[in-house]
Design a protein around this ligand. Structure first.
Ligand code: SF4
Ligand code: SF4
Length: 336
């Protein structure tokens, strides 16, 4: 089931689902998650010995495999032109699975081929533990990535040995990144009038001051919809989003600012510039009496004045800050 149509604003949303059901709600929390990158590299999908970290952990836990030699390749499909960001969880996942392999088979030999190990925060402890237990980490560069050769051999250049190393593993495990479901996110971003970043994840209003909110009132976000993060971080963000949503839901009504924008429909030509510049999704161009004109939703308008400055027809201004009021203030100050 998916969201088909959204009408309304903070405190008064009407959302139509694909089964025809209409939900009435006051706030929205976007927690739509993300996807695992499906690799086309290293014969994935063709050779059953090539798997993702997720598949490898599952097979290991279920006792379907008991590997002696394992090669893990980091940053597969990540930190490249298509997905330039770090997925944040893959290095920790590789270290966790390396330790799990050693727990099941202490004689196993594990090679992690990496660009930079980013087991950030307290997970650094596990990285050290893996090294102490004999997991071998070999750095590679994007210009010289590991190569899968005939006979299931992995060839990689070791910058410390300054020579090529060839490993014959039982399994090749790919640390694949997290990617946004771009098409679906674009659809939702239009429905809820909230922005996406260049990677297709939802973009918060302010990284530090409003980390779980959008500029549009009443819409919040958490989890992988916002970008790659660990489960712990997703849970912390979910708590934050719920608590911000509750501050709105606990009120009897919504207070709007007094200086909202208003449209003079006789002057408006329906060009849509005001809609384009409004960061709060408060203006939309609608059909009225056979004409396209701008309409302001006072519940969403913050009175920032951006629309008023953008309108070339002088058709939109702010209550208590009309052009004539501002001109009169200036002339009286200047004593003209
Ligand atoms: S920018 Fe001005 S003319 Fe254009 S739609 Fe908005 S109010 Fe109307
Ligand atoms: S005043 Fe600001 S918030 Fe209000 S409609 Fe204009 S651009 Fe949007």
């Amino acid at each position: 089931m998916r969201v088909e149509e959204v009408e309304g604003f903070v405190g008064n949303y009407h959302t139509t689902l694909s089964n025809g059901e209409v939900l009435e709600h006051g706030v929205v929390i976007i927690a739509t998650g993300a996807k695992e990158y499906v690799p086309h590299e290293y014969n994935y999908g063709k050779d059953p010995r090539v798997m993702t970290q997720f598949e490898y952990a599952e097979a290991l836990e279920e006792g379907r495999i008991n590997p002696e030699v394992v090669v893990m390749i980091q940053c597969v499909g990540s930190r490249n032109d298509e997905h330039p960001y770090c997925s944040r969880v893959c290095c920790s996942e590789a270290v966790k699975n390396a330790l799990l392999t050693l727990e099941k088979n202490p004689r196993a030999r594990i090679f992690v081929l990496y660009r930079d190990i980013r087991t950030y925060g307290k997970k650094e402890v596990y990285y050290r533990l893996a090294r102490e237990k004999g997991v071998i980490f070999i750095r590679y560069t994007p210009e010289r990535p590991p190569v899968l050769e005939d006979g299931f051999k992995i060839k990689v250049y070791d910058p410390i040995l300054q020579d090529e190393v060839v490993i014959e593993p039982d399994y090749l495990v790919l640390s694949t990144g997290i990617v946004a479901p771009r098409e679906e996110n674009e659809r939702l971003s239009k429905l809820f009038k909230v922005p996406l970043n260049q990677d297709g994840f939802f973009l918060e209003a302010h990284m530090k001051l409003r980390p779980v909110e959008f500029a549009t009132d009443g819409v919040f976000l958490c989890g992988l919809a916002h970008g790659p993060k660990t489960v712990e971080e997703s849970i912390a963000q979910a708590y934050a989003a719920v608590s911000r949503a509750c501050t709105l839901l606990s009120k009897d009504g919504i207070e709007a600012v007094a200086t909202t924008a208003r449209v003079d429909e006789r002057k408006c030509v329906g060009c849509g510039y005001c809609e384009m510049v409004c960061a709060y999704g408060a203006v939309s161009v609608v059909e009225k009496r056979g004409r396209r004109v701008a309409e302001v939703n006072p519940a969403l308008c913050k009175g920032c004045g951006a629309c008023s400055g953008a309108c070339r027809s002088g058709a939109i201004d702010l209550r208590h800050f009309t052009d004539s009021e501002v001109v009169r203030q200036i002339t009286s100050l200047a004593g003209i």
